[in-house]
Design a binder for this molecule. Structure first.
Ligand SMILES: Cc1ncc(COP(=O)(O)O)c(C=O)c1O
Length: 366
């Protein structure tokens, strides 16, 4: 059985950060992140190439990237359809602008928005679809794209956990109007904090610059005589950009190794008969495995499963899934009222039965 590798900064990242710190006192270097040049431009180029998309924009984190997107598509006091099976930050920026979520159920095999449930949940007032690739499992982006086109609404993908994932051989979330990724702890590329937005829409990209970046970058890229000092500061920290750019390829390589480990464990889990079948291979889904999870078929068998995995060469422990349904969280209920009582039986079942498999031998470097 392969070793599962943890994330720690490589010596190349440490050296690059040191070089940046030694040069940062000089005027051109200290202003590069305002302009979106240097490491920020390098990282954006790598992201563009990875996704094969026209524009990439680094931001301070995925939460502010999602907020910036709502500002850019002018989503305020509007209705959007999303999944309840996610982390609250997926919705935070959109809720802040007075937008109202309608929760659609998830598909049991990928835990992303179920296209049929989306159709049942969309109303004539719906302005956008917000999908989430939870645990790094890419949602059915191709079908969600078709739905967004059919209903004439925006399709935004929260890919904070799924950078590096693939579905049908294409990057996860690749059909969205805009994709948001994160570089915080546990994510495919770890740079302390940070994130990015990918899009093919030039007009949307320009609005994102306007709403989230420094006027120096707005002037450099938009050639405007008019600029926006009232943007939210959603710029990436220069050290995070240096770190993420240097760690980029190595992180994707580490992901492929981690993925092999996860698929070997999945084969064991499927053979155990204790969990609901995991069908990633059959469905051409290659998650980024932000978390490796499974769902108990009947009652939990944690100790027995760990013993069985160990007997088959895998030292791992079982932990509870971190996901709590958005509409069941007191912090959500205290401030926001869903338009109507959500009907998400699959999400509720998954919340009760899903667990994480965590490798015990987290040794080595990424
Ligand atoms: C699904 C999801 N969306 C959004 C976020 C927010 O990302 P960030 O911490 O970069 O703001 C996270 C962070 O863990 C996440 O898991």
């Amino acid at each position: 059985m392969r070793k599962y590798k943890t994330q720690s900064p490589s010596s190349a990242a440490i050296e690059a950060i040191e070089r940046y710190l030694l040069a940062a006192g000089s005027e051109p270097v200290s202003k590069m992140h305002l302009l979106g040049t240097g490491a920020v431009a390098d990282l954006e180029e790598k992201l563009r190439r990875h996704y094969g998309m026209r524009h990439a924009l680094c931001v301070s984190n995925a939460t502010s990237g999602l907020l910036g997107l709502a500002l850019a598509i002018e989503l305020r006091e509007a209705e959007f359809v999303t999944t309840p099976y996610t982390y609250g930050a997926s919705l935070a920026g959109w809720l802040l602008l007075g937008n109202r979520p309608r929760f659609a159920d998830i598909a049991p095999h990928d835990l992303g928005l179920d296209p049929d449930a989306v159709i049942r949940t969309i109303t004539p007032a719906t302005k956008a679809l917000l999908s989430v690739d939870i645990f790094g499992i890419p949602s059915d982006s191709r079908t969600l794209r078709q739905l967004a086109d059919e209903f004439g609404i925006w399709y935004v993908a929260d890919a904070a956990q799924s950078f590096g994932s693939q579905r049908d051989g294409l990057p996860g979330a690749g059909f969205a109007d805009a994709i948001v990724v994160s570089f915080t702890t546990g994510k495919t590329v770890f740079a302390g904090e940070g994130g990015a937005i990918l899009t093919n829409h030039s007009e949307l990209y320009e609005k994102l610059l306007w709403h989230t970046q420094h006027p120096e970058r707005q002037r450099r890229e938009l050639s405007l005589a008019l600029w926006n000092e009232f943007a939210v500061n959603a710029r990436i920290h220069p050290i995070a950009a240096v770190w993420a750019s240097v760690a980029f390829e190595a992180s994707l390589n580490a992901l492929s190794e981690r993925r092999q480990w996860c698929f070997e464990v999945i084969d064991l889990l499927n053979a155990s008969g204790k969990v609901e079948p995991i069908e990633f291979r059959k469905r051409h889904i290659a998650p980024s495995f932000y978390r490796l999870t499974a769902s108990w078929k009947a009652k939990p068998f944690s100790a027995k499963l760990c013993t069985w995995l160990l007997a088959n060469g895998t030292s791992a422990r079982i932990e509870p899934s971190p996901v709590r349904l958005i509409y069941q969280q007191p912090a959500f209920q205290a401030r926001y009222e869903p338009a109507e009582k959500p009907c998400c039986p699959t999400a509720e079942h998954q919340e009760r039965t899903r667990f994480c498999i965590v490798p015990d031998d987290q040794l080595g470097e990424t």
